[in-house]
Design a protein around this ligand. Structure first.
Ligand code: NAP
Length: 604
C-alpha cells in the first residue's frame, strides 16, 4: 500500500459473520486431515527424479583443489559465485550440481506453461550487471534459464563447474584448514570454503498412494517433464497427446500454469483436486521499450526493495511493481493500518485482518463464478481458507480451462486420490482410466525434512561432529548462514533467515553478506571463519523468541506445505524463519556489515 492509499483508508468494513466464516474454514480444514502421506522420489521410485534433459556424460574422477566449492548451481549458487567474483580475489570457484547445467529449479522445471510467479524485473538476478531486460513482466521458464546461463558465462562460473555430480560428503580437515568434498563420481576436491544452496524444494515427491507402483500407463513428475512422450516444449505444442487421456494429481502453482496447455493438446484431461488453489489475476504484458529506456542505474535494487517492503506491509511512497502481490498486501494491510493508527488493540487488529482476508477470498471466489460456466465445477474450485494459507497463484487462463468439453475436474472433497490401479486413478470410489499420469504433487519441503536428508549427504565439521547430529532437534546457526563447529561453511536457506515470496531477492541479500564475510577474512589475512558459540546461541534465542507468531494462523489453515500438512506445532521451532520479518532480517544483516566488527564470528 502506498502512503497516500494508507491515508485514504477508513476503518469501515462491511458486516461479516466471522463465526460462520471460521466454522466453514474449520470444516474445510478438518475434512483434509487424513491420508496426507507422500512417497519420496528415491529408491524404488528414483526413476521419477531421473534427469530427462541432458545425456549422461562419463568422466574421470577428479582430485584437485579450489578456493570455494558451491553445492547447487541454481540462483543461490550462481549469486554466490558472482558476488565472490565481484568482492574477492578468489579465483577457483566450483559450482557442483546434480543437474546437467546451471539453473536449479529453472533447469528442472520445463513443464508446458512454466513461468515465474514473481515479476521478472525483480526476480531475475543481476539484470543491470548483465545488461538484460526481460521480454515480459512475468518471464517464461526458458527465458529465466537462459538468463541464469548468461550469469554463469559473465562471471566465468562454467570454467570450474561440475554437473551431473552429487556430493556425497563434506568433511572438514582441521590440520589443513580445508574441506574435503566427495562426490558420487569418485571426486575428492579440497576447498577452502564451502557454500551450499541446495534449494528449498528440490526433491520431487509423489503421493503416498496404495498401488502407486502398479500403474501401467506412462507417468512422470512435473519437474522431469517427458517431452519425448508428450511432444512440444515449455511453450506448448504437445502434439503427441492428441489421442491421450491425461490425468494430473495436484492443483498447486505448477498445475495452474500447466493445465491450459494439457487441455489444449490432450484428447481428455482429468484433474484430480484435493484442495483448490487461489487463482488471482496475472496481467502479464510485454516489456515496453520506452519504460526500459527510462530506467536509471540502480533501478533493479530499488524495485526489489520497494516490492519487499510493500509485500511486508510497510507503506512506501509508490508501488513500482503494482501487481496482485502488492495489491493484496495493500488490501489486507488497509484494514489494520487505518489513518494514523499503526498500533491499536491487538484483538481489534486481528479481527480487522480477518475481515479483510475474507473479503479478498470472496473476490477470488467471485472471479471463479464469473469465468467458470458450470455451477457445480465453479463451486468445487472455490478455496475456503485464509489468503496466505497456501502459496497464492496467479493466472488468466486456468479457470477458463474448465469450460472446455474435454476437461474433467475430479474434486475429491478434500480426501485426495485413493489409490492407483494398473489402468488409472481411483477417486471418490470410482476408477478413472488414463494413458498418462502427471504427478504435480510438489517437493520435500525445507521446514519439514531434515537438511542433510534433503541434501543427500552429511557435513562433518570440527572434531568429527556431523551436521545431522548437531541439527537433530532443529537448526542452530548465526543468521541462518553459519554454524559453530563448521568453519568456512555457508548455508543458504530460509531456515533461521529471512522468508519472502521473492526468494531471488533474499538470496541476493544473503550472498551479499556471505561475500562480505569472505572478503573480510581474506583482507584481514585470516584462514578460517566460524560462528562463535555465543554468536550462534544469541541468534538461536532470537529465533525462538519470535518463532511462535504464526502458530494460531497456521493451525486454522487447511493442511499443506506451510503448516506441515496440518500439524504446525510438529515443526521444530528451531527451523523457523526469522520471525521479525524479512525486511528487518535484511536490515540486521546490513547493520551487522556496517558495524564492521564481525560480531558473533571467530576468525583464526
Ligand atoms: P504443491 O504446491 O506442493 O502442490 C501439490 C499439489 O498436490 C497440491 O494441490 C496437493 O493438494 C496435491 N496433492 C498431493 N497429494 C494428493 C493426493 N493424494 N490427491 C490429490 N491431490 C494431491 O506443488 P507445486 O504446484 O509443484 O508447487 C511447488 C512449489 O513450487 C510452490 O510452493 C510454488 O511456490 C513453486 N512454484 C513456483 C512457480 C513460480 O511461478 N515461481 C511455479 C510453479 C511452482 P493439497 O493442497 O490438498 O495438499
Amino acid at each position: 500500500m502506498t502512503r497516500a492509499e494508507s491515508d485514504d483508508r477508513s476503518a469501515q468494513a462491511p458486516t461479516i459473520d466471522l463465526d460462520a466464516v471460521r466454522e466453514k474454514y474449520r470444516q474445510e480444514r478438518d475434512k483434509r486431515t487424513a491420508g496426507r502421506t507422500y512417497q519420496s522420489a528415491r529408491g524404488d521410485f528414483g526413476r521419477y527424479a531421473k534427469d530427462p534433459y541432458t545425456e549422461w556424460q562419463e568422466r574421470e574422477p577428479l582430485t584437485d583443489e579450489v578456493d570455494v566449492a558451491v553445492v547447487g548451481a541454481g540462483i543461490g549458487g550462481l549469486l554466490t559465485g558472482a558476488r565472490l567474483r565481484e568482492e574477492t580475489g578468489l579465483e577457483r570457484i566450483r559450482l557442483i550440481d546434480e543437474a546437467g547445467d546451471v539453473g536449479g529449479t529453472w533447469y528442472w522445471n520445463r513443464f508446458p506453461g512454466v513461468r515465474c510467479d514473481v515479476e521478472s524485473y525483480i526476480y531475475m538476478p543481476l539484470l543491470e550487471e548483465t545488461g538484460t531486460i526481460p521480454t515480459e513482466k512475468y518471464s517464461t521458464g526458458p527465458e529465466i534459464f537462459a538468463h541464469l546461463q548468461r550469469i554463469a558465462r559473465k562471471y566465468d562460473l562454467y570454467r570450474d563447474a561440475l554437473f551431473q555430480t552429487a556430493v556425497t560428503e563434506l568433511r572438514w580437515d582441521e590440520a589443513a584448514g580445508k574441506w574435503l568434498v566427495s562426490t558420487d563420481r569418485g571426486d575428492l576436491i579440497r576447498a577452502r570454503y564451502v557454500a551450499m544452496s541446495i534449494g528449498l524444494m528440490h526433491r520431487p515427491k509423489l503421493p503416498g498412494l496404495p498401488g502407486l507402483e502398479t500403474f501401467a500407463g506412462h507417468s512422470f513428475h512435473t519437474s522431469r517433464w517427458d517431452f519425448d512422450y508428450t511432444g512440444g516444449d515449455s511453450t506448448g505444442g504437445l502434439t503427441k497427446l492428441k489421442d491421450k487421456t491425461v490425468g494430473v494429481i495436484g492443483t498447486g502453482s505448477t498445475t495452474i500454469q500447466l493445465a491450459p496447455h494439457l487441455a489444449e493438446w490432450a484428447e481428455r484431461l482429468v484433474l484430480f483436486q484435493r484442495t483448490p488453489a487461489t487463482v488471482d489475476v496475472r496481467g502479464n504484458r510485454p516489456t515496453q521499450a520506452d519504460w526500459a529506456d527510462s530506467l536509471e542505474p540502480g533501478w533493479q535494487q530499488r524495485r526489489m526493495e520497494n516490492f519487499h517492503a510493500l509485500t511486508s506491509g510497510i507503506p512506501q511512497d509508490e508501488d513500482l511493481v503494482q501487481d496482485r502481490w502488492t495489491q493484496t498486501t495493500a488490501q489486507l494491510a488497509a484494514a489494520i493500518l487505518p489513518t494514523g493508527d499503526t498500533g491499536g488493540d491487538p484483538k481489534e487488529r486481528a479481527l480487522a485482518a480477518e475481515r479483510a482476508d475474507f473479503l479478498k477470498m470472496e473476490e477470488l471466489r467471485a472471479r471463479i463464478d464469473s469465468v467458470v460456466t458450470d455451477p457445480a465445477t465453479a463451486a468445487a474450485l472455490k478455496p475456503y481458507y485464509r489468503v496466505y494459507c497456501k502459496r497464492p497463484c496467479f493466472h488468466d487462463g486456468y479457470l477458463q480451462t474448465f469450460n472446455r468439453p474435454n476437461v474433467t475436474l475430479v474434486d475429491t472433497q478434500g480426501q485426495g486420490v485413493e489409490r492407483l490401479t494398473p489402468a488409472g486413478v481411483v477417486a471418490n470410489g470410482r476408477e478413472y482410466p488414463v494413458d498418462c499420469l502427471v504427478f504435480a504433487t510438489g517437493y520435500e519441503h525445507e521446514f519439514a525434512v531434515p537438511y542433510t536428508d534433503r541434501a543427500g549427504y552429511d557435513i562433518v565439521g570440527r572434531g568429527g561432529v556431523k551436521l545431522s547430529e548437531k541439527w537433530a532437534d532443529g537448526a542452530h546457526t548465526l543468521h541462518g548462514l553459519q554454524v559453530n563447529g563448521f568453519p568456512n561453511c555457508f548455508i543458504l536457506s530460509k531456515v533461521q533467515a529471512g522468508r519472502h515470496v521473492n526468494i531471488a531477492y533474499m538470496l541476493g541479500e544473503q550472498t551479499r553478506h556471505l561475500a562480505h564475510i569472505v572478503k573480510s577474512v581474506e583482507e584481514r589475512g585470516h584462514r578460517v571463519v566460524e560462528a562463535s558459540e555465543t554468536g550462534e546461541k544469541e541468534w538461536v534465542e532470537e529465533i525462538l523468541r519470535l518463532a511462535t507468531n504464526a502458530l494460531d494462523f497456521l493451525e486454522n489453515c487447511t493442511p499443506g506445505l506451510y503448516n506441515n500438512e496440518g500439524d504446525p506445532s510438529g515443526l521444530p521451532l528451531l527451523n523457523s524463519s526469522y520471525g521479525g520479518g524479512s525486511v528487518e532480517f535484511v536490515n540486521i544483516l546490513r547493520r551487522w556489515r556496517e558495524a564492521g566488527d564481525l560480531a558473533g564470528l571467530e576468525l583464526r
